[in-house]
Ligand binder design. Structure first.
Ligand code: ADP
Length: 293
């Protein structure tokens, strides 16, 4: 059982030949709307990867909120404990041109109102195998969730994305940190990846390396590079979300972490074969197909 405590946005995606300049209006080619935000993406990813998944977060009382709830439910995510807050949901306004270049504006809306965990939310975290968080909700909430996980014997996975300040009270309750290279550099400072510096903060680290696969290191002295699976790349959006969700599911099932990372690499590879964000998150069958070659 996986609990994801994090953000949910409605992604409003406009497609056009080129991006408008400031003050300009461009007639577009197409428009689509789908769930987004790292929290919602990873919850959908975990459910598709075969994990029993519960989402904790805040969604607005607007029509986007109704739609977000329905879509996450439809993806098999337990939304029982999600808060409905009066006002707007998180929204990402995304423009994409024909070369795949994008401009994105995120309005966090209800996500910023996800503060002060209640007893029901704490109980869900304590009962789970793995708590998975990202950094698109208030850091105080992530810290509280991590404390509830530690108190309940639940393993805490922090995907430190996007890169933000990480208070010591949070880090001391993290069991596994998942970061890409940009996030790793943001945490340690400097201009080269410093895994020992990360291991000084948390007991286990997974570093994602895009097409280069990933690296797993822990305080017991394991340090392994796990190569990626070769696939034809169409769109790398949400690869990190697919990877992190699958990693949490596999660790929750009790798999060895290096094996879990290998399986998560297969999930990342399955994701980059398809266009899109939450819609390109792979199912367990798709992950296994790549994993088993
Ligand atoms: P993020 O999207 O957070 O920057 P990465 O780009 O590091 O994350 O991708 C996450 C994971 O997805 C990688 O560790 C890898 O397993 C998989 N992945 C990403 N890009 C590719 C690729 N081009 N080919 C195969 N696997 C990939």
């Amino acid at each position: 059982r996986i609990v994801v405590a994090g953000s949910a946005n409605m992604d409003l995606v406009g497609l056009a030949e080129r991006l408008p300049r400031p003050g300009e209006t461009v007639l577009g080619d197409d428009f689509l709307m789908m769930p987004g935000g790292k929290g919602a993406n990873q919850a959908i990813g975990a459910a598709r990867a075969g994990g029993r998944t519960c989402f904790l977060g805040a969604i607005g009382s607007d029509s986007f909120g109704v739609n977000l709830n329905a879509r996450l439910n439809g993806a098999g995510v337990d939304m029982t404990h999600v808060r409905t807050t009066y006002g707007v949901s998180g929204v990402a306004v995304i423009m994409v041109d024909r070369a795949g270049e994008n401009s994105i504006l995120v309005a966090p809306g209800a996500n910023n109102a996800f503060t002060g965990l209640g007893d029901g939310e704490r109980a869900e975290i304590a009962a789970a195998d793995v708590l998975l968080c990202q950094q698109e909700i208030p850091v105080e909430t992530v810290t509280e969730a991590a404390r509830a996980a530690r108190a309940g014997g639940t393993r805490m996975v922090l995907n430190a994305a996007p890169a933000r300040e990480l208070p010591p009270e949070l880090l001391e309750n993290v069991d596994l940190l998942v970061v890409n290279e940009v996030e790793a550099l943001a945490i340690t400072g400097g201009d080269t990846i410093d895994v020992p510096a990360l291991l000084a903060l948390v007991p286990r680290v997974v570093l994602t390396l895009g097409g280069g696969g990933s690296r797993y290191a822990d305080r017991e002295g394991r340090d392994e590079h796990i190569p990626s699976f070769k696939v034809s790349v169409v769109d790398t959006t949400a690869a990190g979300d697919a990877f992190t969700a699958a990693l949490a599911v596999a660790w929750g099932e009790g798999r060895d972490l290096v094996e879990a990372v290998r399986w998560a690499n297969a999930a990342g590879a399955a994701c980059v074969r398809k266009v899109g964000a939450s819609n390109s998150l792979p199912t367990r069958a798709e992950i296994d197909e790549i994993y088993n070659g």
